[in-house]
Design a protein around this ligand. Structure first.
Ligand SMILES: [Zn+2]
Length: 131
């Protein structure tokens, strides 16, 4: 899954790529088994992202129909590290897990974060299906 996610994000360079992550939470452990790209409707998609509202609604309903659980959201940082930016801190209400795909450097890296009620970021250990 991580390889595919990185590939999708690279395909959309120089823009940020964003979408939802599917999976399950069992025994307090987050397990991700897929994702769906949502069109980035931000006015400056090189440095930010915003879900296209219509596509976001469609994916949400499709997930329900197929009994898939959205466990988080992802977006890429075309030129940055896989850590939350200032805009990320402002734009996210803290629901679910927050996946960041850092594409700068030779080796892309994915990190997953949660947020405390005090809005502090903390890393979340995640299992993903291979691929
Ligand atoms: Zn970001």
């Amino acid at each position: 899954m991580q390889t595919n996610l990185i590939r999708q994000c690279r395909d959309r360079l120089p823009y940020e790529c964003c979408g939802v992550v599917f999976g399950a939470v069992r025994d307090g452990r987050l397990r991700a088994d897929g994702f769906a790209v949502v069109r980035n409707a931000a006015s400056n998609p090189e440095v930010s992202f915003r879900f296209d509202p219509a596509e976001w609604v469609r994916i949400h309903y499709e997930a329900q129909k197929n009994q898939r659980t959205i466990v988080g959201f992802f977006h890429s940082h075309p030129n940055g590290s896989p850590t939350p930016s200032r805009l990320d801190a402002e734009g996210w209400d803290g629901a679910g897990a927050y996946w960041i795909v850092g594409l700068s450097g030779a080796r892309p890296e994915i990190r997953v974060f949660g947020r405390t009620p005090e809005k502090e970021w903390y890393p979340i250990p995640v299992k993903t299906v291979p691929g």
